[in-house]
Structure formats: C-alpha cells, structure tokens
Design a protein around this ligand. Sequence first.
Ligand code: TRH
Length: 378
Amino acid sequence: MQHRWDIFCKVIDNFGDIGVCWRLARQLTQEHRQVVRLWVDDLISFARIAPDLDPHHQRQVVQGVDIYQWHPAFAEVAPADVVIEAFACDLPEAYVTAMSQQTKPPVWINLEYLSAEPWVMQFHGLPSPHPRFSLTKTCFFPGFAPGTGGLLREKGLVVQRNAFDAAAEQAFLQRKKLPARKSGEIRISLFCYADAPVEKLIQVLTLSSIPILLIVPQGEATESIAAFLKNEISQSESQFSQGALTVQIIPFMEQTDYDQLLWSCDVNFVRGEDSFVRAQWAINPFVWNIYPQTDDAHWKKLDAFLDLYTINMPLEMAVAVRDMWHSWNGKYEMNQHIWMNFLRFHQSMQRHNKNWVSQLFKQDDLATSLVQFVGNRL
Ligand code: TRH
C-alpha cells in the first residue's frame, strides 16, 4: 500500500546521516512506490554525495524524492502517514503538535545508528510514549542479526554487482579518469577519519614488493597524505608515487559511483556506517575505521561486529582481521607484518565475505522491514 512518508535528517558532521537517509528515501520511492518527502538541514553536504541536487533550491524532486531544505523556523505542514526521525534528530515542535492533532496519528519511527551489539535485538521495536501527547515513537535499529531492522540493500544490488565484469570495470575507470589495471597490481580505496594512521599505512605500502594503487577520494585522508608526503595537493585530481605505491587522489564521488569504486578495489578502507555496509556488499576484504566516540564506546561496537563477522573464520584469519582493524583504529601501532598477514588471507577472506553476505541476505533489508512494520500499523 502506498503511504506518505516524511524523513527528517540533520547532518551532524559527516556524510553518514544523509548517506543513509538518501538511500532509504530512494529505496522507499523506487522499490516500494511510497511517496517520500526528505527534510535535510544541510543541502551543501547532501549535494556532495548527490550532485543532481541544487543546494540553493528550497524544494526539488530528485530521483522521485521530494527534497526540502529543513530550516530552524519550520513552516506549518500537514504531517505524513509515516514519520522517520533519523538518528534522534529532534522533530520541529510545531510538527509534533500537528502530529498529535491528526485523527489517526502517524507512525513515528526513530531510525537508530547501526550496531552489532547484542542489546540491539532487545531494543529494536521498543515503543517510547511521548510525555505530553498521545503519540508513540518506535526505536528502529538496523542490524546484522535476525530480530533487528536489517541493513540498507537495494533489490537490484546483486544483479548490478554481478554485472560489474572486467568490461564494466574498465568503463567505470575510464569514466572516472582512473588508471587501467596493471597486471599483478593491488588496488585499495581509502576513506577514513583524520586520526587513522594513514602515514603508517603509506610507509607500509611503499615497502610492498608488488605495485599498489591507493585511491583516495578527497577528504580528511588526503590532507594527512599531503601533510605526510609534504606534497601540496591543491587541484582536485592528483597522483604521486613512492616505492611500490602510487597514490591517486580523486574528487569525492556520487554515492552510486562510490559503490562501484568499492567493487573495483581489492581492499577497501571504509568508515562510519554507510560505507562500512557498502564494503560488505562489495565482497572484497575491507578494513573499518569506526566513528570515534568520546567515552570509547566505539570499541565495544567494533568488537561486537568483529565477533559476529569472524565467528566462522579460521582462527588465523580472524586474528589477522582483528589485528588489522585494531591497529587501524589506534589500539596499537600498525606495521608491515600486520598488513602482510591481513593480505595473505585475501582470497579466503573473499570466500568468507560471500558466505557472510549470503547470511545477511536471509534477513529483510531495512526499507522492506520498515514498510512491513508500517503496513501492520496503518
Ligand atoms: O561520513 P561518515 O563518517 O558518516 C558518519 C557515520 O554515519 C557515523 O555513524 C555518524 O555518527 C557520523 O557520520 C555523524 O561515514 P559513512 O557512514 O560511511 O558515510 C559516508 C557516505 O558518503 C556514504 O553514504 C558513502 C558516501 N561517499 C560518497 O558518496 N562518495 C565518496 O567519494 C565517498 C568516499 C563516500
């Protein structure tokens, strides 16, 4: 059944919040034929991952999604049938009041951050009554295990991923002005936070006995690389080499192109939430830079995922993954041994990742879970 949805998104500091909301909005519109309004407070950040969007327009339709600039002075609007408050972003007071005045109150969902921690299963779907109005908000947790809301995954993803053969890869590389593959070369994509040990990684990669191409979309990592190599990277595209390593700085890509970059690289360094999930769909070995939290809560989150992800791995491989991820997140210093030991398992890790992904596919995707949840309530 078709319903009207309002998704509210505040861009906190990065691209993850809008990355998730944008994917969800498109999926609800295109796959589930829902009518979606997406309210976003920062259209400039949004336009970096969706270049079709004009950040100067207060309202526009992109890929079937009705996008609105969300201003602090929120104009009166009639609430939709379903209201998604992404990552506890706090709905405008006037909007909540209007929700409470509907004859049939909207289904109100707080879409939470992704975590593999076991408590998520207990909290997923819990109602939270509003203190003043007769409205109930439900906490909806994405997750990796049955009993959670699942992960964002488009219907056509497998078909698209499988169709990405050598010719499609070549076409992608040409379109993005990336060098063609050299035989025996390892390709790595790098997306991480400012405090990831990028200099250490570069030192280690330059010592490789096989050529390495490190592809870095512009951002925090490019600044660290420039600082480390004392090389001014002022233009949007740049390439430089040291030892076996060639670093290619590329412009930040459109979200769907970034997916293809992940498919085309042998190893992907990803971060946060959305790129971390996309790296899993890409099958290739990946290293996660988790979003750092002040109280160190991210370590529990990182280890909870590692526990799940490595459960069926041979012990040696699981240790190699854990060492690489822990050192990349600063638990101890990364060195060549850790990197080489991780790389040693490349092929078997790809096989493992295929199984991991098949297991995740047994669960409904997040958009489908939301549509089902809503369908039972409206
Ligand atoms: O940008 P992030 O660090 O976002 C984070 C996390 O979501 C974190 O949980 C949250 O608390 C914090 O923001 C506020 O990393 P993430 O989640 O991977 O989001 C990046 C998005 O940017 C993702 O949708 C992929 C997209 N992207 C592109 O579209 N083009 C690119 O070139 C790159 C590198 C990424």
